[in-house]
Design a binder for this molecule. Structure first.
Ligand code: NAD
Length: 499
């Protein structure tokens, strides 16, 4: 980020942002049928940003009808892949051109540091949309191995109407992970952002229309889970439900999908990811810095956050000291200051939840090595110090439950077997990290970890080329890469009698 883009610059720019507040149904901005709106508050300082359409089942009905009509019309679903590619590339380009506004909306709406929004969220969103756009005219069907008298063609077809329900921790990027493959494959989509962070999703909807997406192909319904999400999940005319959010809500939605029209349901959920540091880690200082970043970035509100640190007992004291020293460099700051690396918690409810876990950890006997309290950064904002516990035992709630905040739980192990056993001792299976210079150990341990992503000698790497998703209760299906297309398409076998 250039030097003149300092705190004062972003504060001034924030005053100029035009916050999008209307739902988008059938290509038009709209209030909700009920006329109700909800306050969109900034966690930076508790100030109101705008009042957003509060959608419910009536708006869901309209959006599903619009999406179905658009799908059946074929304007998008039957358009050539080259056409879809062009429109989606333009969409990606418009996101890039609006980068500063989108980054500001993201930061003001959910509290993440502006430097993250600018350097990570927006570029990753652009890349995701462009990647799927570029991919879609390079995906071929198959021809079955048959005798001379018949021809078997295997093709992918769009599901139809897809509901995408997304969370608040990466509002724009999680929306893009759904929109990229869903739109590229020709579906019509109804996007429901979290009530805690609806702004960038609405802006994405506007930009998609500007790029040339036909009306009804992308509808955006801001609103609460029980009011807008639930009727979407239960709708008999929705063909697919893709979700990113908590495991508890995902479980419920799977049952709703099963009890209604058996819509295709794909869930990307929470995690309690382990980060294993062996005594032969290539660079302990680097591993300590990365271990801190892996839990404190995005305020710990990251599905893959390495919230459990497992350290070999022979290096435990030295390593934990280095982690605590690294944690000190993650002090909360004003999210609009580009120097800030730890921003505001998304809201009071989430902050209170994190503070409750911290209290419970101390009560259960874990040792607080640093942090543990609310930080006073901006009046009426919610900030929490980077917090490290050691002496954690595997049965404590801080070792088992997803806290979704800047709280690290440290344990030790004495052998590779124990490390793997502790790492896998969780209901989740989203990600894991391990640090060793021994190639055989790296491969062997990586194979034994029950997680959808494993990083060796770094954490949270990767790009659009590899699938992302979880084992166990971290979800099913995969986002990113060509594997994501599997969630948004049906496979059709067409047989022709040549005899
Ligand atoms: P959440 O489950 O509370 O909400 C997610 C979305 O579901 C929101 O849009 C919400 O309004 C909606 N919702 C809530 N109740 C609903 C209901 N009854 N019916 C329909 N929709 C409903 O999750 P959150 O707090 O927004 O997000 C944090 C969670 O997301 C964490 O568990 C995190 O690990 C997970 N997450 C997972 C990934 C991944 O890729 N695996 C990525 C980011 C976040």
């Amino acid at each position: 980020m250039s030097e003149h883009k300092n705190h004062a610059y972003w504060s001034e720019r924030a005053r100029q942002v035009d916050f999008p507040a209307d739902a988008i149904i059938n290509g038009a901005p709209t209030g909700s049928v009920s006329g109700r709106r909800f306050d969109c508050l900034s966690p930076v300082d508790g100030s109101p940003l705008c009042q957003v359409s509060r959608c419910n089942h009536d708006d869901v009905d309209l959006a599903v009808t619009a999406a179905r009509t658009a799908f059946d019309s074929g304007t998008w679903s039957s358009a050539s892949p080259q056409h879809r590619k062009r429109v989606l590339l333009k969409f990606a380009d418009l996101v890039e051109r609006n980068a500063e506004d989108l980054a500001l909306m993201e930061t003001l709406d959910m509290g993440k540091p502006i430097s993250d929004s600018v350097t990570e969220d927006v570029p990753a969103t652009v890349n995701c949309l462009a990647w799927h756009a570029e991919a879609i005219d390079k995906v071929y069907g198959e021809v079955a191995a048959t005798g001379q008298d018949e021809l078997g063609m295997i093709s992918r077809e769009p599901l139809g109407v897809v509901a995408a329900i997304v969370p608040w921790n990466y509002p724009m990027l999680m929306a893009a992970w759904k929109l990229g493959p869903a739109l590229a494959t020709g579906n019509s989509v109804i996007l429901k952002p979290s009530e805690k962070s609806p702004l960038t999703a609405i802006r994405l909807g506007q930009l998609a229309l500007e790029a040339g997406l036909p009306p009804g192909v992308l509808n955006v319904l801001p609103g609460f889970g029980h009011e807008a999400g639930e009727p979407l999940a239960a709708d008999m005319d929705v063909d697919g439900l893709v979700f990113t959010g908590s495991t508890a809500v995902a479980r419920h939605l799977l049952s709703v999908g099963a009890m209604t029209n058996m819509k295709r349901c794909f869930m990307e959920c929470g995690g309690k990811s382990p980060n294993l540091v062996f005594a032969d880690a290539p660079d302990l200082q680097e591993a300590a810095n990365a271990s801190a970043a892996a839990i404190f970035s995005n305020q710990g509100e990251v599905c893959t956050a390495a919230s459990r640190l497992l350290v070999h007992e022979s290096i435990q004291d030295e390593f934990l000291e280095a982690v605590v020293a690294a944690a000190a460099r993650w002090q909360p700051g004003h999210p609009l200051d580009p120097q800030t690396s730890l921003g505001a918690m998304v809201d009071e409810t989430q902050a209170e939840r994190v503070l409750d876990y911290i209290e419970e950890g101390s009560r259960a006997g874990a040792r607080l090595r640093c942090g543990g309290s609310r930080a006073e950064v901006v009046d009426n904002g919610w900030y929490i110090e980077p917090t490290v516990f050691d002496g954690v035992s595997p049965d404590m709630s801080i070792a088992r439950e997803e806290i979704f905040g800047p709280v690290l739980s440290c344990m030790s192990f004495s052998s590779d077997d124990e490390a793997v056993q502790l790492a896998n001792d969780t209901d989740y299976g989203l990600a894991a990290g391990l640090w060793t210079r021994d190639l055989s150990r790296a491969h062997q341990v990586a194979r034994r970890l029950r997680a959808g992503s494993v990083w060796v000698n770094y954490y949270d790497g990767g790009d659009m080329t590899a699938p992302f998703g979880g084992y166990k209760q971290s979800g099913n299906g995969r986002d990113k890469s060509l594997h994501a297309l599997e969630k948004y398409t049906e496979l059709k076998a067409t047989w022709i009698n040549l005899g």
